[in-house]
Design a protein around this ligand. Structure first.
Ligand code: TAP
Length: 495
């Protein structure tokens, strides 16, 4: 690992990116890749760029370590997860700074809380994994039938750059806790904080149980998804790559959890805009949109529907508050919003904004960002547009940037139809103080993860997964881990 930024403590020398069978290795092809800080477009570190040969050796190590690992008592595996969570807490600030530098996610608003969540997730799975129980079935006199929950084998986990640490923790907690062995492939844009926790994990798990392969999606991710010895692929990322993974896994009748994209609605009722509630609602709308994460969240409430009777009041306040958010260096404590991850994403977000404005969208705040050639860092300005409808690209596709589409609504059946008019079904937010309304509306929205008068992130224990094309399977809760990472073995004894 070579370093080029003194304000963060990067993974130690010798942390190559490729961690296989309990040791750090140099990728067989000798290739490296540079990780950049998107706030300055400056190089941060150089790490190994693995390919199929490295992936195959990691899978072989994970396969060899599986028989002993699966036989360990679940509570013993859980204790190791708790130890890793505690070590992350002990090094929290150091890890959070690396995360902020590589992702551009502001330290105070995003990277510090994400690091804290990663530790909590590991402690959650560590504490609950002993619940890996089966069932008994009373088949009648003389027949004793029971089931056990068996691990699947080698799990390949592929994660994106937007919240790499917490997603790594979720995959580690679920896969290792349930007795599987793991190969984790972080995104090439944000592998460093994950390597920091791998450094901490290196002497906790037996050799081969936990492996890391850094490299590009094509060179390292694809071979992991096609390897015949990978029993399950747990993928978080885009719909497009999710389809490739699904095909690769289907070819060998393997298993997959797919956590994909979203275009989530946020519906505001008039009773959430009374003088007593309006501040909380406005804060909730902004939090749901994940503006402080540059909108780079699969659960971003990026389609805002505000009842016509309170539209002026709500939108004036939302625009006012959004304009107060400070954009800048992710490591600056005063920064609310950091930078978009890379030039490709920045260009794509810029194209969405430009296309909407050129097509006649009314801009409530924001403008077309600086051209990628001249931008000194990939800083976005939050954009809110209205005067569009669901046929526009900005309404239909996941921007994965700080772009909020806002529209007034009058009839409930119409707003529910708008909310469901998408191929996605990940999250939804409803703001109302009437319980009957909340129950009636949430029942009709096709999404996997709904929140009423709350816009925060996932809390360990919540079942979290997408409906429609937002994915297959759920994560975050112990029930999801058992469903997704184990199979039932049924034993019947004629006594
Ligand atoms: P993707 O381009 O899909 O990348 C995700 C991961 O897949 C990265 O590690 C990537 O590697 C790898 N990858 C790329 N091509 C691959 C291939 N052919 N085979 C195997 N792996 C491959 O997504 P992204 O742009 O990084 O992330 C944004 C997307 O993730 C959004 O759609 C967002 O909604 C979704 N997301 C969903 C969730 C949940 S929980 N539903 C959470 C976060 C993000 P490299 O990047 O190294 O090339």
């Amino acid at each position: 690992m070579s370093t080029a930024n003194n304000s963060v403590v990067l993974p130690a020398a010798g942390i190559t990116g490729l961690f296989v069978n309990g040791e750090w290795r140099t990728p067989a092809n000798g290739k490296t890749m540079v990780v950049e800080n998107p706030c300055f477009r400056s190089p941060l570190a150089t790490i190994g760029a693995s390919d199929k040969d490295d992936v195959d050796s990691a899978v072989a190590a994970a396969k060899a370590s599986f028989p002993a690992w699966r036989r360990l008592a679940a509570r013993a595996r859980g204790a190791m997860l708790i130890e890793l969570g505690n070590r992350i807490t002990a090094h929290q600030e150091e890890i959070a700074r690396v995360l902020a530098a590589e992702t551009g996610n502001a330290l105070r608003t995003q990277s510090r809380p994400e690091t804290q969540s990663a530790a909590e997730v590991l402690r959650y799975y560590g504490g609950t994994i002993a619940e890996q129980k089966g069932e008994t079935l009373p088949l009648g006199p003389g027949l004793f039938s029971y089931t056990t929950r068996e691990p699947l084998g080698v799990v390949g986990a592929i994660i994106p750059w937007n919240s790499p640490l917490v997603l790594a923790a979720v995959k580690i907690g679920m896969a290792l806790g349930t007795g599987n062995t793991l190969i984790l492939k972080p995104a090439e844009d944000a592998p460093l904080a994950v390597l920091k926790i791998a450094e901490l994990a290196a002497d906790i798990f037996p050799a081969g149980v936990f492996n890391i392969v850094t490299g590009s999606g094509i060179e390292a991710g694809a071979p992991l998804s096609t390897n015949e010895d990978v029993a399950k692929v747990s993928f978080t990322g885009s719909l497009e790559v999710g389809k490739l993974i699904a095909h690769a896994v289907a070819d060998r009748i393997g298993r997959a959890t797919l956590e994909l994209g979203g275009k989530s609605p946020c519906i505001v009722y008039p009773d959430a805009a009374t003088p007593e509630h309006i501040d909380a609602t406005v804060n909730g709308i902004i939090a749901a949109m994940r503006f402080a994460r540059q909108g780079q969240s699969c659960t971003a409430g990026s389609r805002l529907y505000v009842h016509k009777s309170v539209w002026d009041e709500v939108m004036t306040r939302v625009v006012g508050k959004v304009r107060e958010l400070r954009i800048g260096d992710a490591l600056d404590e005063n920064t609310d919003i950091g930078a978009i991850i890379n030039i490709e994403r920045y260009t794509e977000v810029r194209n969405f904004i430009k296309e909407a404005i050129d097509s006649g969208a009314e801009v409530l705040t924001g403008s077309v960002p600086a051209s990628p050639e001249t931008a000194k860092g990939f800083y976005p300005e939050p954009v809110i547009v209205t005067g569009v409808d669901n046929s526009w690209r900005v309404c239909k596709e996941e921007v994965f940037g700080p772009v909020l589409v806002a529209l007034p609504w009058e009839k409930e059946e119409e707003v529910i139809q708008w909310a469901n008019d998408t191929v996605y079904g990940l999250a939804a937010y409803v703001f109302t103080n009437d319980l009957t309304t909340a129950l009636r509306v949430t029942e009709q929205i096709d999404a996997g993860w709904l929140q009423v008068n709350r816009a925060g992130g996932q809390i360990p224990g919540m079942s979290y997964g997408g409906a429609k094309r937002s994915g297959i399977g759920a994560e975050y809760s112990i029930e999801s881990a058992l469903e997704s990472y184990t199979s039932r073995k049924s034993v019947t004894i004629n006594v």
